[in-house]
Design a protein around this ligand. Structure first.
Ligand code: SF4
Length: 130
């Protein structure tokens, strides 16, 4: 299993992210978590962010999980539904995490819990036991 994280900074304007240091967070997460990489985009739901997300999803292998760390999952579901449809990326490997209203350590904790949950899942490329 490989895990890629796409962090969103909500245009750098959202008060929900006021306690987050987005300059230090990507390295902090890469240092502490079992992830392939962390990518930061200022606005995942904007034109460039959509394209970056599509590139990540289209280049993903069968064992790749993509974590979108951004606003509420219920909002992300609407914002990214078209991209998931267009790319055909399996929704169960696209994990939406709410990173609002906390600080770097809080985001690290949320992502650690999410990743620990993913690592407990059986690998999609592992053949079922006979
Ligand atoms: S994806 Fe969510 S957090 Fe990111 S810019 Fe759009 S509304 Fe803001």
């Amino acid at each position: 299993m490989e895990i890629k994280v796409l962090l969103c900074n909500c245009k750098g304007l959202c008060p929900s992210f006021k306690n987050t240091d987005m300059n230090t967070l990507p390295f902090q997460l890469e240092s502490e978590l079992e992830v392939k990489y962390v990518m930061l985009h200022p606005m995942t739901c904007g034109q460039g962010g959509n394209q970056a997300l599509m590139d990540v999803l289209q280049s993903a292998g069968e064992d790749t999980y993509v974590i979108s760390a951004a606003c509420a999952p219920v909002a992300q579901e609407k914002l990214f539904a078209k991209i998931l449809r267009t790319t055909g990326f399996p929704p169960d490997r696209f994990i939406m995490v709410d990173i609002r209203g906390t600080d770097n350590d809080g985001i690290l904790k949320r992502l650690r819990e999410t990743i620990e949950g993913l690592l407990r899942r059986p690998s999609p490329t592992t053949a079922p036991a006979a």
